[in-house]
Write a protein that binds this ligand. Structure first.
Ligand code: NAP
Ligand code: MG
Length: 496
């Protein structure tokens, strides 16, 4: 394992005093510095400036000034920039991964995939250029030869606001389609993860993207609010919590400003009576507790048939209980710390509520005692609760930590009870159906009221739309549908 001292010695970005504005790293005029803390040790190892109002004006103004040149290119030419950005990201993979792991405690095997995934997203969107460039003429139905030329104009200057759980991916899935569409952007990363995203910015600059098209400003949540409401912004793309999403939606509603919102979730894994529990065990951590439970779409409620409840509970508890928790820099680590002291408190409060409301702990259930340099870290034992009643808080609210709840459904007369339990939530983001007969499992997936559902696995497909229903959000990311969120349509009518 690489030591923290070695990591810090090699990282280019620790204590920084600049923002990326107008194509250059630009020293901040404000002396306020916000800390960056390693949640595995609780040591502060970096800091970033808080952007001022003047810097915000400068970034948004520069982004607006850059629009004519960038949007004036053919999409095919912008796609070439996207491919170059992908190459430049791959060249920065290791420092990006180490920085991300020190920021939020995501295990290194996961963050090592972040650059490749980001590059893959850029390459995918690059393949969609012809959808923007190709002549799109549509005949009038009356049949006199009149037609409309449909233009896909860029929506303009986009504010991209991201959370801390996947700080690279959740920016890139906005940045890549925005750039392909011909938009310019101002990015605000989460306060917990403000440094790893700088490698993406460096890749953009190295790829030769014109000055002003991409800007990065760091600052607290209230700075995000100022960015969202800035008069020079045309569109907002946000990933984060449902409460902040509602505030942003209100602001954008008032301004009639287009907005996409990827918010919280409380997704369910429905275990059908014929499920292969060994196969389920192999994908359980990735689909139900990925990134120490800090993944929006994971299925943290397992809905088990009464006829096999104890068997399911035993497999889930054994799988979670034997996975290694430890230093996120260690390659064998499956579960790291949670991302911050604030997240530690939130998750522990949910675990306490599970105990208090009478759920039964099968494994975990407490803060984890770690030794050595990890002793002050934000570690929580991966926890599985059984006998969870649908009304308990651990069943209804998003915990965003390493906690799984196992509910029971009555399978004596089919699986409708399981579907009802899965859909009995304010959210609608993900889900998974485990079943031996894949067609029957898909028929159940069809009835799950959410934006994405997996059958015996859950993956994200760059070409398929991803988004939430109900309190999980508005609009989608990925694929042509995701690209279209950065487009403003215009129809030009011509006489036949
Ligand atoms: P958050 O508290 O909502 O923050 C998200 C981002 O918004 C951060 O950059 C934050 O800045 C900023 N922000 C805070 N208040 C703001 C305001 N009033 N106006 C504008 N921006 C503001 O979410 P989080 O705690 O970072 O992330 C966890 C949440 O993200 C979970 O609910 C999770 O489900 C959700 N998530 C959803 C998806 C999805 O695709 N649906 C994916 C991943 C995560 P600061 O960090 O400086 O406060
Ligand atoms: Mg927060």
């Amino acid at each position: 394992m690489i030591s923290r001292a070695e990591v810090l010695a090699r990282l280019p970005y620790t204590h920084v005093d600049d923002h990326f504005i107008g194509g250059a790293w630009t020293a901040s005029s404000d002396m306020t510095r916000n800390p960056v803390t390693d949640p595995a040790t609780n040591e502060q190892w970096g800091s970033v400036p808080a952007a001022t109002e003047a810097e915000l004006d400068q970034a948004v103004g520069g982004a607006r000034a850059a629009l004519p040149e960038w949007s004036g290119l053919q999409a095919a030419d912008r796609a070439e920039f996207l491919v170059r950005i992908a190459d430049e990201i791959e060249a920065r993979a290791e420092d990006l991964a180490l920085t991300n792991t020190l920021e939020n405690g995501t295990p290194i095997t996961e963050t090592r995939g972040a650059a490749a995934n980001a590059a893959g997203i850029f390459r995918h969107f690059a393949t969609l250029a012809s959808w923007l460039d190709d002549e799109d003429a549509r005949l009038f139905p009356v049949g006199d030869g009149s037609y409309s030329v449909v233009r896909k104009d860029p929506v303009g200057v986009c504010a991209l606001v991201a959370p801390w759980n996947f700080p690279i991916n959740l920016v890139v899935v906005k940045l890549a389609p925005a750039l392909l569409a011909g938009c310019s952007v101002v990015i605000k990363p989460a306060s917990v993860t403000p440094l790893s995203i700088r490698f993406i910015i460096d890749a953009v600059a190295a790829a030769g993207v014109p000055a002003g098209v991409v800007n990065l400003l760091t600052g607290p949540g209230r700075f995000g609010d100022a960015l969202v409401k800035h008069p020079g912004v045309d569109k907002v793309a946000f990933t984060g919590s449902t409460p902040v999403g509602r505030q942003i939606a209100s602001a954008c509603g008032q301004l009639l400003r287009p907005v996409t919102l990827e918010l919280g979730g409380k997704s369910s894994a429905i275990v059908l009576p014929d499920a292969d529990l060994h196969a389920m065990s192999n994908v359980l951590i990735r689909s139900c507790m990925r990134n120490t439970g800090q993944t929006c779409y994971i299925s943290t409620r397992i809905i088990a048939p009464a006829s096999r409840y104890d068997e399911v509970a035993e497999v889930v508890a054994a799988t979670i209980g034997r996975a290694q928790q430890g230093d996120p820099l260690e390659e064998s680590t499956v579960f790291g710390p949670v991302a911050s002291a604030a997240q530690f408190s939130t998750v522990m409060e949910y675990i306490d509520s599970g105990h208090a409301q009478g759920a039964r702990v099968l494994t975990g259930g407490e803060a984890a005692e770690m030794g050595g340099e990890l002793s002050a870290g934000q570690f929580i034992e991966p926890t599985v609760f059984a006998e969870v009643d649908p009304a308990m808080r651990i069943s209804t609210e998003e915990i965003f930590g390493p906690v799984i709840s196992i509910l029971r459904y009555d399978d004596s007369a089919g699986v409708q009870d399981a579907i009802d339990l899965a859909n009995n939530t304010e959210f609608g983001l993900g889900g998974i159906v485990f079943g031996g007969d894949e067609d029957r499992a898909q028929a159940v997936a069809d009835q799950v009221d959410s934006g994405s559902v997996g059958v015996n696995f859950f993956g994200s497909n760059h070409s398929a739309p991803f988004g939430g229903r109900h309190d999980s959000g508005l609009g989608v990311e990925y694929g042509l549908e995701g690209l279209s969120q950065y487009i403003s349509y215009k129809s030009i009518h011509r006489k036949g």
